[in-house]
Design a protein around this ligand. Structure first.
Ligand code: SAM
Length: 279
């Protein structure tokens, strides 16, 4: 019987190329093929490491057929390293489909740990993260994002979030509005890079500091020490939430029930607000 190749899940640097591990270098040198989220991006890393290998593409939008093709290579005995553009594959990055297929096909799967922005941001945050909730990117629509924040805050532990520079202010506004303006936060940007910076403080203070900047650049990890600090919602905020849920297609009853359980507000109060709104 033919021996199957091993799938190596390999973490790569999140900025500073010096953070590649010795095992990662050895493995990238020794495998038959490298499956990369973005082949051009990975080509730069490989060229820095003087590694010349076959690189195939495997990303979020790869088809089922493509995943099957890569699985076929493993089943034919070829060893493969799976990398994403930065950090650990599968942490807000592609890879799951291939790893799941490999596991189901009894292909050996192993992992080479290394950099990940979440772990780095937790370590440098100054927030007690003995337990934390990693939630990655929240939805881009405000109503959904706020709803998700309330749900996450109920877990009673710091929430670790990824965000792009063009939405980081919106996210901090949401944390202030839904949880509390005084929520302790740590906003880490450009970790391991030249412009690495960590802003720590109350959410509204960090928000003012970032808002005053002409331009927001880089990559951000936001940690909100939410605990069970969800503040009492004002009537107009409940009105806004109800209107959002209705706009999403919920019936009035569903929207009232949902808002009441989400914000921990008596159903009677939300129902009355919905009546005042003429719903
Ligand atoms: N797989 C990666 C990991 O293990 O961290 C995450 C990939 S995700 C597509 C990219 C997001 O990670 C960025 O939008 C940012 O939130 C965060 N990130 C990546 N590199 C970072 C860095 N050097 N500093 C701060 N955040 C970073």
């Amino acid at each position: 019987m033919e021996t199957k190749g091993t799938l190596y899940i390999v973490a790569t640097p999140i900025g500073n190329l010096g953070d590649i591990t010795l095992r990662a270098v050895e493995t990238l040198k020794s495998v038959d093929v490298i499956a990369a989220e973005d082949t051009r991006h990975t080509a730069k890393l490989l060229s820095h490491l003087d590694i010349h290998k076959e690189v195939v593409s495997f990303h979020e939008h790869s088809s089922e057929r493509e995943a099957e093709r890569l699985l076929g290579m493993l089943e034919d005995g070829r060893s493969m390293a799976l990398v994403s553009d930065a950090g650990m594959p599968m942490i807000s990055d592609p890879g799951y489909v291939l790893v799941r297929k490999a596991i189901d096909a009894d292909v050996p799967v192993t992992v080479l740990p290394g950099p990940s922005a979440a772990a780095a941001a937790v370590a440098v945050s100054g927030i007690d993260c003995r337990q934390f909730l990693f939630a990655g990117f929240l939805p881009s629509k405000q109503v959904q994002r706020r709803r998700e924040l309330v749900r996450l805050a109920a877990a009673d532990m710091p929430i670790v979030l990824y965000e792009s520079p063009n939405r980081v202010l919106d996210l901090l506004e949401d944390i202030s509005a839904v949880i509390d303006p005084e929520t302790p936060v740590s906003v880490a940007r450009e970790l391991t890079k030249i412009h690495e910076e960590v802003l720590r403080g109350h959410c509204d203070d960090v928000l003012s500091e970032l808002s005053a900047r002409e331009m927001l650049k880089g990559e951000y990890v936001i940690i909100a020490d939410a605990h069970r600090n969800i503040r009492e919602m004002e009537d107009d905020e409940l009105r806004e939430a109800l209107a959002g849920f209705i706009a999403e297609g919920m019936s009035r009853k569903a929207a009232v029930d949902f808002a009441a359980s989400l914000y921990g507000v008596p159903k009677k109060r939300v129902y009355k607000i919905s009546l005042d709104m003429g719903m």
